[in-house]
Design a protein around this ligand. Structure first.
Ligand SMILES: CC[C@H](C(=O)O)C(=O)SCCNC(=O)CCNC(=O)[C@H](O)C(C)(C)COP(=O)(O)OP(=O)(O)OC[C@H]1O[C@@H](n2cnc3c(N)ncnc32)[C@H](O)[C@@H]1OP(=O)(O)O
Ligand SMILES: [Co+2]
Length: 134
């Protein structure tokens, strides 16, 4: 069911500083900030040979990552995103297995213009999981 690791997301307290660190200290290929108002975040993608890093910064008052950054003021790994071929089939299977799908349960269009869903971290060993349909 889950396929490639599409990205690992890190919530950061300072998007510009984190972008500069990956670009300068780590010499990585860092993209531009992308506002994603439908998701309450601004994201920066860092392209690696085998996956991506997604830097996340809160956008708007009710950003879903505000609580995470309050608890982790210097930032932290926020979620992992796995690719799936059919996100509705994946959702139905996860729900049948007892996993909680966050939000309405209907996919939203994510940062790559593809449908995404999130699974509750408490159901996956404390790891927030995002599914993205390829
Ligand atoms: C543009 C889209 C982009 C893309 O890739 O396409 C994105 O990735 S958008 C990313 C931002 N959007 C989301 O994260 C949506 C899904 N997330 C949520 O709905 C919330 O973040 C939620 C429900 C996971 C947590 O919300 P909140 O922190 O406000 O709730 P609680 O404080 O009640 O937390 C409950 C419980 O879970 C623990 N927690 C929270 N966040 C995480 C996390 N990222 N990883 C692991 N655990 C997490 C929190 O500490 C609480 O645990 P407890 O032991 O009860 O204290
Ligand atoms: Co993501």
């Amino acid at each position: 069911m889950i396929g490639r690791l599409n990205h690992v997301a890190i919530a950061v307290p300072d998007l510009e500083a984190a972008s500069a660190q990956y670009r300068t200290t780590l010499g990585a290929d860092v993209g531009p900030p992308q506002d994603e108002p439908d998701h309450g975040v601004t994201v920066v993608f860092i392209t690696l040979p085998n996956t991506k890093i997604e830097l996340l910064y809160p956008l708007g008052e009710d950003s879903p990552i505000r609580g995470f950054l309050d608890k982790n003021p210097s930032g932290g790994i926020h979620h992992m995103c796995f690719e799936v071929e059919d996100i509705l089939a994946a959702r139905d299977r996860m729900q049948a297995e007892g996993a909680r799908v966050l939000g309405s349960g209907d996919p939203k269009i994510g940062a790559h213009g593809k449908p995404v869903l999130f699974l509750h971290p408490k159901d996956f060993n404390g790891c927030l999981i995002e599914l993205e349909q390829i």
